[in-house]
Design a protein around this ligand. Structure first.
Ligand code: NAP
Length: 258
């Protein structure tokens, strides 16, 4: 790690979930000193702390001194945890929350949002992951930018209003798409067909949008306005909500093409 005056060297991780695990391990492997992991459950804090060679706590009063605190907590309760924390130099990792979630006790606050889907059981390389950063002052933004630069080639300053739109788009592009894979898997499992058969199709769907606008390369019954096939598909679906979902998405594809 390149060293200079006032740079961030030591880190406390608040949380022990998907982002905490992946980001914590990446920073640890880059040479940052991870001093502590806090989590609501001591067992979870301890599991991650062992990997990061540091101590674990579930008591916010026991939080140790560090150059940076990274809060990777479920979005809807983050403010409750932050309210009980009296530390400077803190970032959260949420795409959808702004700087307003911090309180005045936290002098230097910011956002360090890695735009990727994380699971604590799957290790992931950070070098290609865009990290969107924001801070309540220029100096702190520079400091967190420097941390980002150590682990990723793409660290981008972005204000909350824009980042929230990016997060919304990511929910459609990643979370909803994954739910579509889950529905496809369910349909195939019922008919005893291996989901892996779909992988070349899924890979090509992603590959073709590298250079083309997604709308331009849409295929399937809805874009062809094949009402007979759509009707047959809906008829063959068992679950009422999935029938409705098929209808809604087909309508949306058709409307986009009007
Ligand atoms: N997952 C992603 O793909 C992803 C990507 C980019 C950004 N993010 C953002 O990163 C943050 C963390 O996400 P994540 O997926 O890592 O979350 P997560 O795996 O669900 O875990 C987050 C942490 O929240 C804690 N927690 C849950 N309920 C709590 C409560 N009532 N009180 C105190 N702590 C509680 C958990 O503690 P215990 O386990 O100890 O109970 C855990 O340490 C979120 O802001 C999320 O939006 C997530």
């Amino acid at each position: 790690m390149h060293k200079s005056l006032n740079q961030i060297k030591s880190i406390v991780i608040i949380g022990s979930g998907n982002v905490a695990t992946n980001l914590g391990l990446t920073l640890f492997n880059k040479g940052y000193l991870i001093k502590q992991v806090w989590s609501r459950s001591l067992v979870n804090a301890d599991t991650l702390a062992k990997k990061l060679n540091c101590n674990a706590t579930n008591d916010l009063k026991e939080i140790t001194n560090a150059d940076l605190y990274i809060a990777t907590i479920k979005d809807d309760i983050l403010h409750l945890v932050l309210d009980k924390l009296e530390v400077n130099n803190i970032v959260h990792t949420s795409g959808s929350l702004g700087l307003e979630v911090f309180n005045k006790k936290q002098k230097n606050s910011g956002v360090f949002y890695p735009l990727q889907t994380f699971n604590k059981k799957i290790n992931i390389t950070f070098s290609n992951i865009p990290i969107l950063i924001e801070a309540n002052n220029e100096l702190f933004e520079k400091k967190i930018q420097a941390v980002g630069n150590q682990i990723s080639r793409s660290v981008i300053p972005m204000k909350s209003t824009q980042r929230k739109k990016l997060h919304l788009a990511a929910v459609f592009a990643c979370n909803f798409t994954n739910h579509m894979f889950a529905i496809a898997n369910n349909i195939l499992t019922r008919s005893n067909i291996d989901f892996q058969l779909l992988l070349p199709l899924i890979n090509q769907t992603v590959l073709k949008i590298k250079n083309k606008d997604p709308e331009e390369v849409q295929t399937g019954p809805a874009i062809r306005n094949d009402k007979k096939m759509i009707k047959n598909h809906i008829k063959s679906i068992h679950d009422k909500k999935i029938k409705e979902l098929y209808r809604l998405i087909s309508d949306s594809i058709m409307k986009n093409n009007e």
